[in-house]
Design a protein around this ligand. Structure first.
Ligand code: CMP
Length: 138
Protein backbone atom coordinates (compact mmCIF):
# COMPACT_ATOMS: atom_id res chain seq x y z
CA UNK A 1 0.00 0.00 0.00
CA UNK A 2 3.03 2.35 -0.19
CA UNK A 3 1.39 4.20 -3.08
CA UNK A 4 -1.79 4.84 -1.06
CA UNK A 5 -2.56 7.25 1.73
CA UNK A 6 -5.61 8.48 3.57
CA UNK A 7 -6.75 12.07 3.89
CA UNK A 8 -9.52 14.09 5.49
CA UNK A 9 -10.68 17.55 4.49
CA UNK A 10 -11.80 18.59 7.96
CA UNK A 11 -15.04 20.33 9.06
CA UNK A 12 -13.41 23.80 9.18
CA UNK A 13 -12.40 23.61 5.49
CA UNK A 14 -15.74 22.13 4.38
CA UNK A 15 -17.56 24.79 6.43
CA UNK A 16 -15.60 27.55 4.67
CA UNK A 17 -16.49 26.01 1.30
CA UNK A 18 -12.88 25.41 0.27
CA UNK A 19 -13.13 21.61 -0.10
CA UNK A 20 -13.51 21.93 -3.88
CA UNK A 21 -10.36 24.05 -4.08
CA UNK A 22 -8.45 21.53 -1.93
CA UNK A 23 -9.62 18.61 -4.10
CA UNK A 24 -8.41 20.50 -7.19
CA UNK A 25 -5.02 21.06 -5.52
CA UNK A 26 -4.82 17.33 -4.76
CA UNK A 27 -5.44 16.52 -8.44
CA UNK A 28 -3.05 19.24 -9.64
CA UNK A 29 -0.34 17.64 -7.49
CA UNK A 30 -0.63 14.34 -9.30
CA UNK A 31 -2.70 12.31 -6.87
CA UNK A 32 -5.30 9.88 -8.17
CA UNK A 33 -8.45 9.78 -6.06
CA UNK A 34 -9.24 6.11 -5.39
CA UNK A 35 -12.03 6.82 -2.89
CA UNK A 36 -13.92 9.94 -1.80
CA UNK A 37 -17.04 10.67 0.20
CA UNK A 38 -18.68 13.42 2.24
CA UNK A 39 -19.55 12.20 5.73
CA UNK A 40 -20.61 13.66 9.06
CA UNK A 41 -18.94 11.59 11.77
CA UNK A 42 -20.55 10.83 15.09
CA UNK A 43 -18.52 11.59 18.20
CA UNK A 44 -17.97 7.85 18.67
CA UNK A 45 -16.61 7.46 15.11
CA UNK A 46 -14.23 10.39 15.61
CA UNK A 47 -13.10 8.97 18.97
CA UNK A 48 -12.43 5.61 17.32
CA UNK A 49 -10.47 7.14 14.47
CA UNK A 50 -8.27 9.22 16.82
CA UNK A 51 -8.01 6.52 19.51
CA UNK A 52 -4.20 6.71 19.33
CA UNK A 53 -4.53 10.23 20.85
CA UNK A 54 -6.93 9.16 23.66
CA UNK A 55 -5.80 10.66 26.96
CA UNK A 56 -3.92 13.56 25.38
CA UNK A 57 -5.01 17.05 26.47
CA UNK A 58 -6.41 17.90 23.03
CA UNK A 59 -8.37 14.65 22.50
CA UNK A 60 -11.79 15.96 23.62
CA UNK A 61 -11.46 19.16 21.60
CA UNK A 62 -10.24 17.19 18.57
CA UNK A 63 -13.04 14.62 18.57
CA UNK A 64 -15.70 17.28 19.24
CA UNK A 65 -14.39 19.34 16.33
CA UNK A 66 -14.14 16.35 13.96
CA UNK A 67 -17.77 15.45 14.67
CA UNK A 68 -19.01 19.07 14.47
CA UNK A 69 -19.79 19.05 10.75
CA UNK A 70 -19.26 17.29 7.44
CA UNK A 71 -15.83 16.32 6.20
CA UNK A 72 -14.47 14.70 3.03
CA UNK A 73 -12.58 11.42 3.44
CA UNK A 74 -10.16 10.42 0.70
CA UNK A 75 -8.07 7.44 -0.40
CA UNK A 76 -5.23 8.92 -2.44
CA UNK A 77 -2.79 7.21 -4.78
CA UNK A 78 0.61 8.49 -5.82
CA UNK A 79 4.20 7.22 -5.70
CA UNK A 80 5.36 7.62 -2.07
CA UNK A 81 1.84 8.79 -1.25
CA UNK A 82 2.30 9.21 2.53
CA UNK A 83 5.17 11.76 2.42
CA UNK A 84 3.80 13.36 -0.76
CA UNK A 85 0.45 14.10 0.91
CA UNK A 86 2.13 15.28 4.12
CA UNK A 87 4.29 17.67 2.09
CA UNK A 88 1.24 19.10 0.34
CA UNK A 89 -0.59 19.49 3.70
CA UNK A 90 2.27 21.25 5.51
CA UNK A 91 3.06 21.24 9.24
CA UNK A 92 0.33 20.29 11.74
CA UNK A 93 0.54 23.77 13.26
CA UNK A 94 -0.31 26.22 10.46
CA UNK A 95 1.98 28.82 12.10
CA UNK A 96 4.87 26.51 11.15
CA UNK A 97 3.55 25.48 7.71
CA UNK A 98 5.53 26.38 4.59
CA UNK A 99 4.22 28.72 1.90
CA UNK A 100 2.28 26.87 -0.74
CA UNK A 101 0.96 24.18 1.63
CA UNK A 102 -2.72 23.58 2.28
CA UNK A 103 -2.44 24.29 6.00
CA UNK A 104 -0.61 27.56 5.41
CA UNK A 105 -3.40 28.65 3.10
CA UNK A 106 -6.52 27.20 4.74
CA UNK A 107 -5.87 26.30 8.41
CA UNK A 108 -6.57 28.69 11.26
CA UNK A 109 -5.08 26.84 14.26
CA UNK A 110 -3.41 23.57 15.28
CA UNK A 111 -6.85 22.19 16.19
CA UNK A 112 -8.72 23.46 13.13
CA UNK A 113 -6.03 22.64 10.62
CA UNK A 114 -8.06 21.95 7.46
CA UNK A 115 -6.67 18.52 6.54
CA UNK A 116 -5.45 15.23 7.99
CA UNK A 117 -3.04 12.72 6.51
CA UNK A 118 -1.68 9.33 7.52
CA UNK A 119 1.79 9.30 9.08
CA UNK A 120 2.90 5.86 7.83
CA UNK A 121 2.01 3.21 5.25
CA UNK A 122 0.74 0.97 8.03
CA UNK A 123 -1.59 3.67 9.38
CA UNK A 124 -2.72 4.57 5.85
CA UNK A 125 -4.02 1.01 5.40
CA UNK A 126 -5.74 1.10 8.81
CA UNK A 127 -7.27 4.55 8.21
CA UNK A 128 -8.51 3.75 4.68
CA UNK A 129 -10.22 0.62 5.95
CA UNK A 130 -11.80 2.61 8.85
CA UNK A 131 -13.85 4.64 6.35
CA UNK A 132 -13.95 2.68 3.08
CA UNK A 133 -15.05 -0.80 2.11
CA UNK A 134 -13.27 -2.54 -0.80
CA UNK A 135 -16.31 -1.79 -2.97
CA UNK A 136 -15.87 1.96 -2.40
CA UNK A 137 -12.29 1.99 -3.69
CA UNK A 138 -11.94 2.25 -7.46
P1 CMP B 1 -4.18 15.50 12.53
O1 CMP B 1 -3.17 15.37 11.47
O2 CMP B 1 -5.60 15.27 12.17
O3 CMP B 1 -3.80 14.48 13.72
C1 CMP B 1 -4.19 14.69 15.04
C2 CMP B 1 -4.73 16.06 15.26
O4 CMP B 1 -4.69 16.49 16.59
C3 CMP B 1 -3.86 17.06 14.52
O5 CMP B 1 -4.07 16.94 13.15
C4 CMP B 1 -4.31 18.35 15.15
O6 CMP B 1 -5.45 18.89 14.51
C5 CMP B 1 -4.67 17.89 16.54
N1 CMP B 1 -3.64 18.34 17.48
C6 CMP B 1 -2.37 17.95 17.56
N2 CMP B 1 -1.74 18.59 18.54
C7 CMP B 1 -2.63 19.42 19.07
C8 CMP B 1 -2.57 20.36 20.11
N3 CMP B 1 -1.45 20.56 20.81
N4 CMP B 1 -3.69 21.04 20.39
C9 CMP B 1 -4.84 20.82 19.70
N5 CMP B 1 -4.95 19.93 18.68
C10 CMP B 1 -3.85 19.25 18.38
Amino acid sequence: MSNLTFGIIKPDAVGKGVHGTIIQRILDNGFRIRGMKLIHQTRKQAEGFYEVHAGKPFYDELTEFMSSGPCVVLALEKENAVPAWRNLMGATNPAEADEGTLRKEFASSIGENAVHGSDSNENAAIEISYFFSQLELV
